[in-house]
Design a protein around this ligand. Structure first.
Ligand SMILES: Cc1cc2nc3c(=O)[nH]c(=O)nc-3n(C[C@H](O)[C@H](O)[C@H](O)COP(=O)(O)OP(=O)(O)OC[C@H]3O[C@@H](n4cnc5c(N)ncnc54)[C@H](O)[C@@H]3O)c2cc1C
Length: 282
């Protein structure tokens, strides 16, 4: 067995990946294109994450933001908030990071085949939803309408501007963007992402929804999804919880009966309902 084959087989040993490109997306977020030094492909499903490490600093779970159809490496979008993510900010093309994974469950696109799809992303929530949107568009004829709601704090925090522009000009996609607070440059909708539910008419009984965003957003978006008749087993969410091992051993990310790293991060609302309701009433 070669050294890189050994690394690829170990859950706990990071494998070296080179930063082949990077772009500043906003003041807080950077996009990275990475490639394994071993040449292996990541082999992920939309919604999964990797553990990214910097020797001597630590490790952080980060969603894979490229679709599985991308075979030349993979992409991450990182918000620089603390030790590991700020250390990554210092790195440029040619630098190397450690990668473990892919880990976790993926979004169940097969469950919504034949249905309309509603994607609801809040802020950084667009990162794990992007590969699902790309995959759904690659197999466009398998689904009914594709509706995208994206809400973010302000115009300067909009992520993936090129994708959003493409989706907004694609007649087979219904893409709506809103910001909480506008500035002089903003010509689009202003208000919370939940308001978009009232601008677009949807056939809830024939719709499956994929939702990702800050915790506070879930409660209100889930209520809107229910109100238009989307059934709980057709709603899929991705949860973000503090995690360490990434493989369901340490318990850092326990949420009710689940370890989010192993049993999630992608769940159906059906699975999580009891746990989330308990959290919201505490
Ligand atoms: C499944 C999953 C997918 C994720 N995907 C992405 C992604 O695609 N892009 C991205 O930028 N981030 C993502 N995150 C969040 C990212 O993992 C954290 O921001 C990162 O671990 C912070 O590490 P740090 O060492 O830079 O910060 P630290 O030095 O550990 O902490 C900095 C600050 O962030 C807080 N913090 C640390 N971890 C979390 C967390 N998980 N949730 C909330 N607050 C936290 C700390 O309390 C502290 O205030 C994801 C998290 C999970 C669980």
């Amino acid at each position: 067995m070669t050294r890189s084959e050994h690394h690829a087989k170990s859950l706990y040993v990071p494998e070296s990946a080179e930063i082949v490109d990077r772009k500043t997306m906003t003041n807080d977020e950077t996009w990275y294109h990475l490639r394994f030094k071993s040449g292996r492909t990541l082999g992920h499903e939309p919604g999964q994450f990797v553990q990214v490490s910097i020797p001597g600093v630590g490790e952080a779970p980060i969603s894979i933001t490229s679709p599985p159809s991308m075979t030349d490496g993979f992409e991450l979008c990182i918000r620089h908030v603390g030790n590991v993510t700020n250390a990554i900010r210092q790195l440029g093309k040619g630098n190397v990071v450690g990668i473990r994974g892919p880990f976790g469950t993926s979004f169940d696109l097969a469950a919504v085949r034949g249905y309309d799809i509603l994607f609801v992303a809040g802020g950084l929530g667009l990162v794990p939803l992007r590969p699902v949107i790309h995959t759904a568009l690659e197999e466009r004829d398998q689904y009914g309408r594709i509706i995208i709601f994206y809400g973010t704090r302000s115009p300067d925090t909009v992520l993936y501007r090129e994708d959003l522009k493409k989706w907004q000009s694609d007649p087979s996609v219904d893409c709506h963007i809103t910001v909480d607070l506008a500035d002089d440059t903003w010509r689009g909708h202003v208000g919370l992402v939940t308001e978009l539910f009232h601008l677009v008419s949807m056939d809830g009984e024939n719709t499956g929804a994929f939702i990702c965003g800050p915790d506070i957003m879930f409660r209100f978006v889930l209520a809107e999804a229910r109100a238009i008749g989307i059934s709980d087993d057709m709603v899929f969410l991705s949860l973000e919880r503090r995690m360490k091992c990434g493989v369901g051993k340490c318990g850092h990310c326990q949420e009710g009966p689940f370890f989010v790293c192993r049993d999630g991060p992608c769940f159906s609302y059906d699975q999580l309902q009891e746990t989330l309701q308990r959290e919201w009433t505490e």
